[in-house]
Structure formats: C-alpha cells, structure tokens
Write a protein that binds this ligand. Structure first.
Ligand code: F6P
Length: 549
C-alpha cells in the first residue's frame, strides 16, 4: 500500500511563494489591516462614490461602489495586476499562444465570436476561415430544420431536439437557451446530461422518434455519460424507425471525427471545433448548434457579437477601467485577504436561473486548483465556491445566512431594466427587492434602527456588485458571459494557475471504470478499501443494477 508520504508530491518550494512575496501583495496585506475600520455605510454617504466606481460597457452598468474599496486600495490592486503581467498574458491568449501549458494548447474561445475579417493564428494557420465555415454550416442547418427543408426520415418536420452532452457541452447551451426563452422558435428543446437513467428514459417515453433530432455534443466523443446516453438514444431510434433513420435523426458536435464516424454520423451532419476551445468555454463553437435551433441563427450571431464586444473591451480597456479585471481583482481581494471563500451569483430574473450553475463549472473547474503552472503547491487560496439562485426565490432560502452569518459572502446581483413581459408592477416589485437586498447588505441595520432587538442587527459592510442590463437580449447576454469568462482568466493568471485543464475530474473517471466492471461482473476486487467494499456489497445485495438492459 502506498502511504501518503510515499506518494510523489508536487514541490513546495520557491516559486509557489512568488505571488505572496510581490510588493503589491505586501501592500495589500497592509491595506487590509488599514481598512479594518472601513465602513461602507459611511462611504456610500459620499454622493460621488457611485459615479467614481461604476463602469459601463454597451449599456450594461457594473456598480462597484458597494465594495470594501478606496482609491488607494484600487491602486494597490492595479499594481498587482501589473506585477503579474495580466496585459502580457491577455495578449498571449488573444495571439493564440499555448497558454494551456499542461495540454500544450492555445485558448481561443474568443476566436469563435470574432468577425470573419479578423486574423487569429494558431501556429501558422489563421483559424477564422475554419470558424466561419462551421458557423455557415450551423446557419444553413438550423435554418433548414426550422423552415422544414430538412425533414425527418419519413418526410415530416422535426418538432423536438434533444441535446445529449455534459459539463461544458450541456451547461452553457442549457443556460443560454433558457435565458433567451423570449426568442424561442417553434422547436421543443430538451437536454439530457446525467448517466442516471432517470434523465433519458422518461424523456424518450414522451417523444415521438419520427419527429425527434438528437444532437450528440461532446468535445472528445468519449465521455462516459454522453456516450451511454447517445447509444441509448441510437438504439431507441433504430428500434422504432430502422437503422437507416440514424443518419437523418442524429448530428454530432465534436473535435473527434474518427469516433463520430464509428457512431454512424455522416460528415454533413457533423459540426467541428478544435482542441483550443475548452469544454466550459465552448457554447460559442459548434456546441452552440442547439442555441441556433432554439432561438434562430440570427440570435445566436447576436450572442456571439455581444461576447466579441466584451472581448474588445477586455483586450483594450486600461486596467483601471477594465470590467473583467476589476471583477477579478475584487474577488482576489476578498478571497485572499478577507478569507471570504464563497461567491454568490444572484440574478433577479428567472430567465437567468441557471446562471450560477453555468458559472459554477466555468469558475470552479478552471480555478479550483492547488498546483500552480510550475507544478508547485500554492500557499494561498484560489477559486471561490460559486452558488446562487434567482431572486426573489432565494430571499426565502439562503439569504438569511448571506445577511447575518458571521462570515460575509461577496455577491453579484444582476437585473434587467426592461422586462419582456407586460406586468409593470411585478417588475417594479422585483427591482425594489434587488435594490433592497444590495442596500441591506451594504449598510446593515444598527441596534437602534432595530428597535433595540439584537437579533435584528445587520452588520452591513457586505460587498456586492450590481449589474444592470438594459434588457435580456442575446447581445447583452453574450457580453455578460464573456465578462465572467475573462474574470476567471484574470484570477487564474494572478494565482499562477492553468485555468484551462481539469486534472481534478480525471481521478473519479479513472476509478469509476474498474468499479463499473466489478458491478457488471457482480464481483468485488479484494484490494478495494473496506468502505468501498462494504458499500458495493450493499449495492449488489439490494439493487437490480446487475441486470442487463
Ligand atoms: O468535467 C470534465 C469535462 O472534460 C469538462 O471540461 C467538459 O465540459 C465535460 O467534461 C464534457 O466533455 P466532452 O465535451 O468531451 O464530452
């Protein structure tokens, strides 16, 4: 047996300490001490503060005035950004350099939303013609499905689309399709991700195979959950419509042409992307096909344009006025200096109800790491625990803790000024709640204001960013998502992490394979630890999972 001490450990020396030894970091340590009496209520009584700390882009307002910051503190954070060379890393990403060092890949989701005239190179290839060729294919295909030019195997119009994918091949498109529900086309869109049979079986039972199109969305085309569900769908379709129907009822979105072919999907029904698009950054690539079907290609193009506009802001705005950089620096300020390790995402819009779940993967899979780019253990905290839910529902669940727990949780509140619905009074009530909770978190309530009841004291001083979108249009949504992507990128650079690999999820996958074989064969390996043996014995004794399908 390998003891913890005999397992090869990453080095714990020199450069892992680099960040905390920077002069700007040391300044921030001192600033944190100096800010111990900082009072947000008092700071917000200065009328100029809102204008001084807000930033806007394309009509989207980011209010940073409700943060534990002063001009001097921001200056120290900007110095940190300069010392870790955010501008240099940003330039390297946009130039297609292999900044994903562990996988030796470029990081170019930004290219997926750049105009055709742009020139973005990976090695010597300008990737823009490839990207726009795939976009044209998405456009032609989605338009043809929607206008009925592309028919089912028995000559009918498709009515239902099932996107089978997981992680980045699911969460991004699922969130966007839900968020842009006001732009919905005539198609019924369904998502299947979990290997739990409860996800796909009841859905298939409701669908008419003759009217259903399956999208198999998988960068690798080998992910266990996706391929298990894809084969279940394939079998179901072939049993009901015949093997010859597969070519008309399945499309693939992937980088893996070989596996697509083996599955039986023809080249004209497969949509390619490249390894320089990370899974959790892939909704802009061929993975966005389901978005184009759900809201129409033109809306998908607007989403890309909105994201591109935020890319340009991120690429060109100075550090001092750069929205994603400020979001990232504030996150570092709270995580590393206040030890606030959670981050709440609170959209006051039910259409953004899946926002936190989406950002959770993007952020936590990117920066939830403790080994830095150079293979050293970090000696500082990294990515936050992201959680959230739409307000006002969340006001009646976890907001009690957010207001009064001893440990504050920084939060982002998002709202749209103009709703798509016609219930003006409802929207005014929603906006009032949005304003009330950010205000309550910032200014709190004193004992006196609480009428002498200590249980009703709110400490305040709880930082929030308020984000106001003019309306939930595809372009504004694209810009909002891109801002969060770049925030994650900047934090990864500060913490010296490779934000674009995911070694942490590999171990679970590796261990699941032999365990599945043991369950298939109804046989336990003697070398399993006692807990896993005990659990498996229980499962085998009482479950019917060993029965074959
Ligand atoms: O969770 C690990 C991961 O690799 C994600 O990064 C990715 O989004 C997901 O699995 C799905 O991978 P694929 O698109 O290759 O099926």
């Amino acid at each position: 047996m390998m003891s913890a001490s005999t397992m090869k450990s990453p080095q714990k020396d020199s450069s892992s300490c680099h960040l905390t030894h920077l002069s700007s970091w040391q300044k921030l340590v001192a600033a944190h001490h100096d800010m111990r009496d900082f009072c947000l209520r008092e700071a917000l009584s200065h009328p100029a503060r809102f204008d001084e700390y807000k930033l806007t882009h394309d009509g989207i307002l980011f209010d940073f005035s409700k943060h534990l910051i002063t001009d001097d503190l921001l200056a120290a954070l900007y110095e940190l950004a300069k010392q870790v060379d955010i501008e240099g890393w940003r330039a390297r990403m946009f130039a297609g350099e292999h900044i994903n060092n562990s996988e030796d890949r470029a990081v170019l989701h930004i290219a997926c939303r750049a105009p055709e005239t742009a020139k973005i190179h990976v090695e010597s290839e300008n990737v823009m013609p490839f990207i726009h060729q795939v976009l044209k294919k998405i456009k032609n295909f989605s338009n043809a499905v929607l206008d009925g030019t592309i028919k089912t195997s028995n000559g009918q119009d498709f009515t239902d689309i099932v996107n089978i994918g997981i992680g980045g091949s699911d969460l991004g498109p699922r969130f966007v399709v839900d968020a842009l529900r006001n732009y919905a086309t005539r198609l019924n869109i369904h998502f299947v991700s979990n290997v739990d049979g409860e996800d796909i079986e009841p859905l298939l039972a409701r669908l008419d195979p003759a009217r259903t199109l399956f999208i198999i969305a998988s960068k690798t085309f080998t992910t266990e959950e996706t391929m298990t569900n894809a084969h279940i769908a394939r079998k179901w379709c072939a049993e009901q419509l015949g093997e010859q129907a597969i070519s008309q009822h399945f499309v693939a979105l992937s980088t893996n042409e070989v596996e697509i072919k083996k599955f039986g999907i023809a080249a004209d029904r497969s949509f390619a992307f490249r390894d320089w698009v990370g899974g959790r950054y892939s909704l802009w690539s061929a993975i966005g096909l389901v978005i184009a079907l759900a809201v129409g290609y033109d809306r998908f193009a607007e989403l890309l344009a909105g994201a591109h506009s935020m890319d340009q802001h991120f690429q060109t705005a100075p550090i001092e006025r750069n929205i994603p950089i400020r979001m990232a620096l504030l996150g570092v300020w709270y995580i590393n200096f206040y030890n606030y390790h959670a981050h709440l995402l609170m959209p006051y819009d039910v259409r953004l109800g899946k926002f936190a779940k989406f950002v959770q993967q993007m952020d936590m899979e990117s920066n939830g790491k403790s080994i830095d780019r150079d293979g050293h253990h970090v000696d500082y905290a990294t990515g936050p625990v992201i959680f959230g839910e739409a307000g006002t529902d969340s006001q009646h669940s976890f907001m009690q803790l957010v207001h009064q727990s001893p440990l504050p949780i920084p939060a982002d509140f998002v709202i749209c000024a103009r709703p798509h619905h016609h219930l003006a009074a409802s929207h005014r009530a929603l906006m009032a709640n949005f304003l009330a909770h950010t205000r309550a978190l910032a200014v709190g309530q004193t004992l006196e204001e609480a009428g002498g009841d200590p249980a009703r004291i709110f400490t305040g001083n709880r930082p929030t960013t308020s984000i106001i979108l003019p309306a939930l249009t595809p372009a504004h949504l694209g810009a909002l998502i891109a801002a969060y992507e770049h925030k994650v990128f900047v934090q990864g650079i500060i913490w010296n992490l490779n934000s674009f690999d995911q070694p942490g999820v590999e171990l679970g996958k590796k261990l699941a394979k032999p365990l599945k074989e043991m369950l298939d064969q109804h046989q336990m390996n003697a070398h399993l630890d006692c807990s896993t043996r005990g659990l498996m014995a229980q499962i085998l004794a009482v479950s019917d999972a060993q029965k074959t399908d």
